[in-house]
Design a protein around this ligand. Structure first.
Ligand SMILES: Cc1cc2nc3c(=O)[nH]c(=O)nc-3n(C[C@H](O)[C@H](O)[C@H](O)COP(=O)(O)OP(=O)(O)OC[C@H]3O[C@@H](n4cnc5c(N)ncnc54)[C@H](O)[C@@H]3O)c2cc1C
Length: 292
Protein backbone atom coordinates (compact mmCIF):
# COMPACT_ATOMS: atom_id res chain seq x y z
CA UNK A 1 0.00 0.00 0.00
CA UNK A 2 1.21 3.50 -0.78
CA UNK A 3 0.68 6.21 1.85
CA UNK A 4 0.82 9.95 1.26
CA UNK A 5 1.83 11.81 4.42
CA UNK A 6 1.00 15.49 4.89
CA UNK A 7 3.75 17.23 6.85
CA UNK A 8 2.23 20.31 8.46
CA UNK A 9 4.73 23.07 9.14
CA UNK A 10 4.98 25.97 11.55
CA UNK A 11 7.48 28.77 10.90
CA UNK A 12 9.01 26.59 8.18
CA UNK A 13 9.61 23.52 10.38
CA UNK A 14 7.57 20.30 10.50
CA UNK A 15 5.33 20.04 13.56
CA UNK A 16 6.19 17.04 15.75
CA UNK A 17 2.83 15.29 15.42
CA UNK A 18 3.18 15.20 11.61
CA UNK A 19 6.43 13.29 11.90
CA UNK A 20 4.66 10.58 13.94
CA UNK A 21 2.80 9.67 10.73
CA UNK A 22 5.98 8.07 9.34
CA UNK A 23 5.80 5.51 12.15
CA UNK A 24 2.08 4.87 11.49
CA UNK A 25 2.87 4.18 7.81
CA UNK A 26 5.87 2.01 8.67
CA UNK A 27 3.93 -0.14 11.13
CA UNK A 28 1.49 -1.19 8.39
CA UNK A 29 4.30 -1.74 5.89
CA UNK A 30 3.15 1.11 3.64
CA UNK A 31 5.52 2.85 1.25
CA UNK A 32 5.48 6.50 2.39
CA UNK A 33 5.70 9.69 0.32
CA UNK A 34 5.77 12.87 2.42
CA UNK A 35 4.77 16.33 1.26
CA UNK A 36 4.26 19.78 2.70
CA UNK A 37 2.31 22.45 0.83
CA UNK A 38 3.43 25.91 -0.27
CA UNK A 39 1.19 28.75 0.92
CA UNK A 40 -0.54 31.10 -1.50
CA UNK A 41 -1.77 34.55 -0.50
CA UNK A 42 -5.54 35.03 -0.42
CA UNK A 43 -6.36 31.32 -0.51
CA UNK A 44 -8.11 29.50 2.29
CA UNK A 45 -5.40 27.25 3.76
CA UNK A 46 -7.55 24.10 4.06
CA UNK A 47 -8.67 24.35 0.44
CA UNK A 48 -5.10 24.85 -0.75
CA UNK A 49 -3.82 21.84 1.19
CA UNK A 50 -6.78 19.68 0.11
CA UNK A 51 -6.25 20.54 -3.57
CA UNK A 52 -2.51 19.87 -3.44
CA UNK A 53 -2.89 16.60 -1.51
CA UNK A 54 -5.66 15.32 -3.80
CA UNK A 55 -3.51 16.01 -6.89
CA UNK A 56 -0.47 14.35 -5.38
CA UNK A 57 -2.44 11.34 -4.11
CA UNK A 58 -3.86 10.82 -7.61
CA UNK A 59 -0.40 11.08 -9.19
CA UNK A 60 1.07 8.62 -6.66
CA UNK A 61 -1.92 6.23 -6.65
CA UNK A 62 -1.96 6.52 -2.86
CA UNK A 63 -4.57 4.38 -1.12
CA UNK A 64 -3.93 6.00 2.26
CA UNK A 65 -3.48 9.69 3.07
CA UNK A 66 -2.33 10.50 6.59
CA UNK A 67 -2.59 13.86 8.31
CA UNK A 68 -2.06 14.94 11.89
CA UNK A 69 -5.36 15.59 13.73
CA UNK A 70 -4.67 19.30 14.17
CA UNK A 71 -7.32 21.93 13.46
CA UNK A 72 -6.05 22.15 9.87
CA UNK A 73 -5.68 18.37 9.45
CA UNK A 74 -9.23 17.71 10.60
CA UNK A 75 -10.61 20.34 8.22
CA UNK A 76 -8.70 18.89 5.28
CA UNK A 77 -9.54 15.14 5.52
CA UNK A 78 -13.14 15.39 4.30
CA UNK A 79 -12.21 17.80 1.52
CA UNK A 80 -9.54 15.46 0.15
CA UNK A 81 -11.85 12.44 0.41
CA UNK A 82 -14.58 14.44 -1.35
CA UNK A 83 -12.26 15.34 -4.22
CA UNK A 84 -11.10 11.73 -4.67
CA UNK A 85 -14.28 9.80 -3.87
CA UNK A 86 -12.57 8.26 -0.83
CA UNK A 87 -13.53 7.90 2.82
CA UNK A 88 -12.30 9.97 5.74
CA UNK A 89 -12.01 9.49 9.50
CA UNK A 90 -10.71 12.06 11.96
CA UNK A 91 -8.83 11.79 15.23
CA UNK A 92 -7.82 8.12 15.15
CA UNK A 93 -5.30 6.56 17.53
CA UNK A 94 -4.28 3.55 15.45
CA UNK A 95 -4.16 2.57 11.79
CA UNK A 96 -4.07 -0.99 10.42
CA UNK A 97 -4.80 -2.80 7.17
CA UNK A 98 -7.33 -5.65 7.11
CA UNK A 99 -8.11 -7.57 3.92
CA UNK A 100 -6.59 -4.74 1.91
CA UNK A 101 -8.77 -2.08 3.60
CA UNK A 102 -7.69 0.60 6.05
CA UNK A 103 -9.02 -0.10 9.57
CA UNK A 104 -8.73 2.55 12.26
CA UNK A 105 -9.55 2.95 15.94
CA UNK A 106 -10.74 6.20 17.45
CA UNK A 107 -11.99 7.22 20.89
CA UNK A 108 -15.60 8.42 21.08
CA UNK A 109 -17.93 9.71 23.80
CA UNK A 110 -15.15 11.65 25.47
CA UNK A 111 -12.73 8.75 25.32
CA UNK A 112 -14.97 6.32 27.22
CA UNK A 113 -15.43 4.04 24.17
CA UNK A 114 -13.11 3.09 21.30
CA UNK A 115 -14.69 2.32 17.97
CA UNK A 116 -13.18 0.45 15.04
CA UNK A 117 -13.93 1.70 11.55
CA UNK A 118 -13.02 -0.12 8.34
CA UNK A 119 -12.90 2.43 5.53
CA UNK A 120 -14.71 0.95 2.55
CA UNK A 121 -13.84 3.61 -0.03
CA UNK A 122 -10.36 4.29 -1.39
CA UNK A 123 -8.31 6.30 -0.71
CA UNK A 124 -8.73 6.39 3.06
CA UNK A 125 -7.99 9.90 4.33
CA UNK A 126 -7.14 9.70 8.01
CA UNK A 127 -6.15 12.24 10.65
CA UNK A 128 -4.15 10.73 13.52
CA UNK A 129 -4.27 12.12 17.04
CA UNK A 130 -0.91 13.45 18.23
CA UNK A 131 0.94 11.15 20.63
CA UNK A 132 -0.51 7.96 19.12
CA UNK A 133 2.87 7.03 17.59
CA UNK A 134 6.50 7.91 18.39
CA UNK A 135 8.12 10.24 15.87
CA UNK A 136 11.20 8.61 14.24
CA UNK A 137 14.54 10.20 15.10
CA UNK A 138 15.58 10.35 11.46
CA UNK A 139 12.41 11.38 9.63
CA UNK A 140 13.01 11.85 5.89
CA UNK A 141 12.55 15.33 4.40
CA UNK A 142 9.22 16.12 2.76
CA UNK A 143 8.83 17.36 -0.80
CA UNK A 144 7.16 20.78 -0.96
CA UNK A 145 4.34 20.98 -3.49
CA UNK A 146 1.94 23.62 -4.88
CA UNK A 147 -1.76 23.35 -5.63
CA UNK A 148 -2.72 24.01 -9.24
CA UNK A 149 -4.67 27.30 -9.54
CA UNK A 150 -7.69 25.64 -11.15
CA UNK A 151 -8.07 23.36 -8.12
CA UNK A 152 -8.75 26.15 -5.64
CA UNK A 153 -12.49 26.30 -4.97
CA UNK A 154 -12.62 28.91 -2.20
CA UNK A 155 -10.72 32.16 -1.81
CA UNK A 156 -10.46 34.56 1.11
CA UNK A 157 -11.80 37.89 -0.15
CA UNK A 158 -11.67 39.87 3.08
CA UNK A 159 -10.60 39.40 6.70
CA UNK A 160 -13.42 40.90 8.76
CA UNK A 161 -12.24 40.23 12.29
CA UNK A 162 -9.22 38.68 13.95
CA UNK A 163 -10.23 35.22 15.19
CA UNK A 164 -8.54 35.94 18.52
CA UNK A 165 -5.30 34.90 20.10
CA UNK A 166 -3.76 31.83 18.50
CA UNK A 167 -2.17 29.30 20.81
CA UNK A 168 -0.50 26.13 19.67
CA UNK A 169 -1.45 23.73 22.45
CA UNK A 170 -1.37 20.69 20.16
CA UNK A 171 2.36 20.98 19.56
CA UNK A 172 3.43 22.24 23.01
CA UNK A 173 5.98 20.21 24.98
CA UNK A 174 4.86 21.66 28.33
CA UNK A 175 1.33 22.73 29.28
CA UNK A 176 0.27 24.24 32.61
CA UNK A 177 -3.52 24.04 32.88
CA UNK A 178 -5.67 25.89 35.36
CA UNK A 179 -9.13 24.76 36.41
CA UNK A 180 -11.94 26.17 38.51
CA UNK A 181 -9.83 25.48 41.61
CA UNK A 182 -7.60 28.44 40.67
CA UNK A 183 -10.37 30.53 42.23
CA UNK A 184 -10.20 33.77 40.28
CA UNK A 185 -8.56 35.55 37.36
CA UNK A 186 -5.70 36.88 39.45
CA UNK A 187 -4.76 33.47 40.84
CA UNK A 188 -5.10 32.00 37.35
CA UNK A 189 -2.08 34.13 36.41
CA UNK A 190 0.02 31.74 38.53
CA UNK A 191 -0.50 29.13 35.77
CA UNK A 192 0.78 31.64 33.20
CA UNK A 193 3.79 32.42 35.39
CA UNK A 194 4.70 28.76 35.83
CA UNK A 195 4.20 28.12 32.11
CA UNK A 196 6.49 31.05 31.30
CA UNK A 197 9.15 29.87 33.75
CA UNK A 198 9.08 26.38 32.19
CA UNK A 199 8.90 27.62 28.58
CA UNK A 200 5.43 26.10 28.16
CA UNK A 201 1.94 27.30 27.29
CA UNK A 202 -1.23 27.75 29.32
CA UNK A 203 -4.20 25.42 29.06
CA UNK A 204 -7.58 25.70 30.75
CA UNK A 205 -10.65 23.71 31.68
CA UNK A 206 -14.05 24.82 30.46
CA UNK A 207 -15.09 26.49 33.74
CA UNK A 208 -11.90 28.62 33.69
CA UNK A 209 -12.87 29.81 30.21
CA UNK A 210 -16.51 30.36 31.11
CA UNK A 211 -15.27 32.54 34.01
CA UNK A 212 -13.33 34.61 31.43
CA UNK A 213 -9.99 33.93 33.12
CA UNK A 214 -8.48 33.13 29.71
CA UNK A 215 -9.52 32.85 26.02
CA UNK A 216 -11.37 29.89 24.49
CA UNK A 217 -8.40 28.89 22.33
CA UNK A 218 -6.75 27.58 25.53
CA UNK A 219 -9.43 24.98 26.29
CA UNK A 220 -8.26 21.39 26.59
CA UNK A 221 -10.75 18.55 26.32
CA UNK A 222 -13.60 17.01 24.43
CA UNK A 223 -14.88 20.33 23.11
CA UNK A 224 -11.44 21.97 23.20
CA UNK A 225 -8.05 20.76 22.01
CA UNK A 226 -6.52 17.30 22.15
CA UNK A 227 -2.99 17.65 23.51
CA UNK A 228 -0.04 15.32 24.03
CA UNK A 229 2.79 17.27 25.71
CA UNK A 230 5.81 15.76 27.43
CA UNK A 231 4.66 17.41 30.66
CA UNK A 232 1.11 18.39 31.69
CA UNK A 233 0.58 20.20 34.99
CA UNK A 234 -3.07 20.26 36.05
CA UNK A 235 -3.77 22.90 38.73
CA UNK A 236 -7.12 22.90 40.51
CA UNK A 237 -8.54 20.52 37.91
CA UNK A 238 -10.90 17.76 39.10
CA UNK A 239 -10.28 15.35 36.20
CA UNK A 240 -13.73 15.20 34.56
CA UNK A 241 -13.96 12.78 31.62
CA UNK A 242 -14.53 15.61 29.17
CA UNK A 243 -11.26 17.22 30.24
CA UNK A 244 -9.20 14.05 30.62
CA UNK A 245 -10.14 12.82 27.13
CA UNK A 246 -8.21 15.79 25.75
CA UNK A 247 -5.01 15.36 27.76
CA UNK A 248 -4.64 11.65 28.51
CA UNK A 249 -2.00 11.34 25.77
CA UNK A 250 0.37 13.51 27.88
CA UNK A 251 3.60 11.68 28.64
CA UNK A 252 3.99 12.90 32.24
CA UNK A 253 1.19 14.36 34.35
CA UNK A 254 1.51 16.36 37.57
CA UNK A 255 -1.73 17.19 39.37
CA UNK A 256 -2.21 19.68 42.18
CA UNK A 257 -5.54 19.48 44.00
CA UNK A 258 -6.62 20.10 47.58
CA UNK A 259 -8.97 17.09 47.46
CA UNK A 260 -6.97 13.87 47.81
CA UNK A 261 -9.85 11.93 46.21
CA UNK A 262 -9.95 14.09 43.05
CA UNK A 263 -10.19 11.79 39.97
CA UNK A 264 -7.27 13.60 38.29
CA UNK A 265 -4.92 11.81 40.73
CA UNK A 266 -5.81 8.43 39.20
CA UNK A 267 -4.10 9.40 35.93
CA UNK A 268 -1.29 11.54 37.40
CA UNK A 269 2.34 10.42 37.60
CA UNK A 270 2.83 12.79 40.53
CA UNK A 271 -0.02 14.03 42.70
CA UNK A 272 0.38 16.98 45.06
CA UNK A 273 -2.39 17.37 47.62
CA UNK A 274 -2.59 21.01 48.60
CA UNK A 275 -3.73 24.52 47.79
CA UNK A 276 -2.65 25.80 44.36
CA UNK A 277 -2.25 29.30 45.80
CA UNK A 278 0.49 28.02 48.08
CA UNK A 279 2.10 25.40 45.86
CA UNK A 280 2.34 27.27 42.55
CA UNK A 281 4.34 30.24 43.93
CA UNK A 282 6.83 27.76 45.44
CA UNK A 283 7.15 25.94 42.09
CA UNK A 284 7.60 29.19 40.16
CA UNK A 285 10.24 30.38 42.61
CA UNK A 286 12.11 27.06 42.47
CA UNK A 287 12.08 26.87 38.65
CA UNK A 288 13.27 30.47 38.35
CA UNK A 289 15.99 29.84 40.95
CA UNK A 290 17.26 26.78 39.06
CA UNK A 291 17.18 28.67 35.75
CA UNK A 292 19.26 31.48 37.24
C1 LIG B 1 -20.53 18.15 26.29
C2 LIG B 1 -19.51 18.63 27.26
C3 LIG B 1 -18.27 18.98 26.80
C4 LIG B 1 -17.29 19.42 27.70
N1 LIG B 1 -16.05 19.74 27.22
C5 LIG B 1 -15.09 20.09 28.09
C6 LIG B 1 -13.77 20.37 27.65
O1 LIG B 1 -13.47 20.33 26.45
N2 LIG B 1 -12.84 20.70 28.57
C7 LIG B 1 -13.12 20.76 29.91
O2 LIG B 1 -12.22 21.06 30.70
N3 LIG B 1 -14.38 20.54 30.35
C8 LIG B 1 -15.36 20.21 29.49
N4 LIG B 1 -16.60 19.98 29.95
C9 LIG B 1 -16.88 20.25 31.39
C10 LIG B 1 -16.49 19.08 32.28
O3 LIG B 1 -17.58 18.19 32.39
C11 LIG B 1 -16.15 19.57 33.71
O4 LIG B 1 -17.21 20.31 34.21
C12 LIG B 1 -14.89 20.42 33.76
O5 LIG B 1 -13.80 19.79 33.09
C13 LIG B 1 -14.49 20.65 35.21
O6 LIG B 1 -13.50 21.65 35.22
P1 LIG B 1 -12.59 21.87 36.50
O7 LIG B 1 -11.82 20.62 36.78
O8 LIG B 1 -11.85 23.13 36.29
O9 LIG B 1 -13.66 22.20 37.65
P2 LIG B 1 -14.23 21.30 38.89
O10 LIG B 1 -14.71 20.01 38.37
O11 LIG B 1 -15.13 22.20 39.58
O12 LIG B 1 -12.92 21.01 39.73
C14 LIG B 1 -12.20 21.98 40.43
C15 LIG B 1 -11.16 21.23 41.26
O13 LIG B 1 -10.34 22.18 41.91
C16 LIG B 1 -10.03 21.70 43.19
N5 LIG B 1 -9.73 22.87 44.01
C17 LIG B 1 -10.56 23.84 44.46
N6 LIG B 1 -9.87 24.79 45.11
C18 LIG B 1 -8.56 24.41 45.07
C19 LIG B 1 -7.37 24.97 45.59
N7 LIG B 1 -7.34 26.15 46.24
N8 LIG B 1 -6.20 24.28 45.38
C20 LIG B 1 -6.18 23.08 44.74
N9 LIG B 1 -7.30 22.52 44.24
C21 LIG B 1 -8.46 23.19 44.39
C22 LIG B 1 -11.29 20.96 43.65
O14 LIG B 1 -10.97 19.99 44.63
C23 LIG B 1 -11.76 20.33 42.34
O15 LIG B 1 -11.24 19.02 42.19
C24 LIG B 1 -17.60 19.53 29.08
C25 LIG B 1 -18.87 19.18 29.53
C26 LIG B 1 -19.81 18.73 28.64
C27 LIG B 1 -21.16 18.35 29.18
Amino acid sequence: MKALIFIETKDGSPIGTSLELFTAAKEIGAEAVAVSVNGKEGVLEEDLVAAALADKAKAENAELILLSATTLGKLVTGRVAGRLGGGSVNDVISVAVEDGKVAVIRPVYGGTIREKIVVQASPAVISVRGGSYEAPEDAPAAETIDAADGDIRTKVVELIEEAGEAVNLEDAAIIVTGGRGMGDEENFQLCAQLAEALGGVVGATRPAIENNWIGRSHQVGQSGKIVNPDLYIACGVSGATQHVSGMMGSKYIIAINKDEDAPIFSIADIGIVGDVKQILPLMIEEVNKRKA
